[in-house]
Design a protein. Structure first.
Length: 270
């Protein structure tokens, strides 16, 4: 029997961004199960782990007796459908842009009965983003290839590209940013080389980035990013989770990387 309260009190989070958001709202005590990939906040790691990104331990979820399950994207549609068939209330967010991340935070605040705190958190995050954007307005804008995967090469999803722009960079594949699915953002190595990025920023979810492999790709030796040693990694927990982490630590890491590139090039960037 599921508990009956005014707002959900036993929440399972299938991805990290809702976990972090609930903790930032002061509602982490409501969470009873988390994704195995959860690293933020550190205290959430003590919660039972009930899923990877594409698979869930339904027996563990049932044992936790949740009154709400939170998921993310079409990639978790099968998990969500199975939980719905088992009678659990499920909310699946599908945020792909900065604006949608902020909306998710506000909606989640309302779901757990703290809409004012959700709105306040979203406004704080938005204010921080605006400050970074304003500081970068007059700076040179390095050309950036954000590499979401290495084989095949996948360029950055929309919220990442928006954060690169806010930090003062210019994504080299702007025409692909609205493609929600990774398969629709596959790019060819020779086209990356042709567009001549000043920096390559990589985040390979689930495995460490190997800068030497990036630098060794055929035809990439003369790319400014490779030639000048501007290949960087941002861990996926900081940039590929569409929640507070990307809008804070992820954004700041992007800003720091772009600052290094500017210093290296002086005022010589376009």
């Amino acid at each position: 029997m599921k508990p009956s309260t005014r707002y959900p009190s036993r929440i399972v989070c299938l991805t990290e961004e809702t976990t972090e958001t609930l903790y930032l709202l002061g509602e982490g005590h409501r969470i009873v199960g988390v994704s195995g990939y959860t690293v933020r906040p550190p205290e959430a790691r003590s919660k039972p782990r009930i899923s990877s990104f594409l698979n869930a331990r339904f027996d563990k979820i049932v044992a936790l007796n949740p009154d709400l399950v939170l998921g993310f994207s079409d990639l978790q549609a099968d998990i969500a459908a199975e939980l719905v068939r088992r009678g659990y209330p499920v909310v699946v967010f599908n945020q792909r842009s900065v604006a949608e991340i902020l909306q998710m935070i506000r909606i989640l605040g309302g779901i757990v009965g703290c809409a004012d705190r959700g709105d306040a958190l979203a406004r704080r995050l938005e204010s921080g983003l605006d400050a970074v954007r304003a500081a970068a307005t007059t700076l040179p804008r390095p050309r950036v290839f954000f590499e979401e995967w290495d084989d095949p090469l996948i360029s950055g999803i929309r919220w990442v590209e928006e954060l690169i722009e806010a930090a003062g960079g210019t994504p080299i594949f702007p025409e692909l940013r609205d493609a929600a699915l990774g398969k629709d953002r596959i790019v060819q190595p020779e086209e990356v080389a042709r567009r001549s990025p000043d920096t390559v920023i990589a985040s390979w979810c689930g495995k460490a980035v190997r800068p030497e492999r990036i630098a060794a790709r055929a035809g990439w030796a003369d790319i400014p990013a490779v030639r000048d040693g501007h290949i960087y990694e941002i861990k996926s927990a900081y940039i590929l989770q569409p929640g507070p982490a990307a809008l804070t630590d992820g954004l700041h890491q992007l800003s720091e990387i772009l600052a290094r590139v500017r210093i290296s090039h002086g005022r010589g960037l376009d």
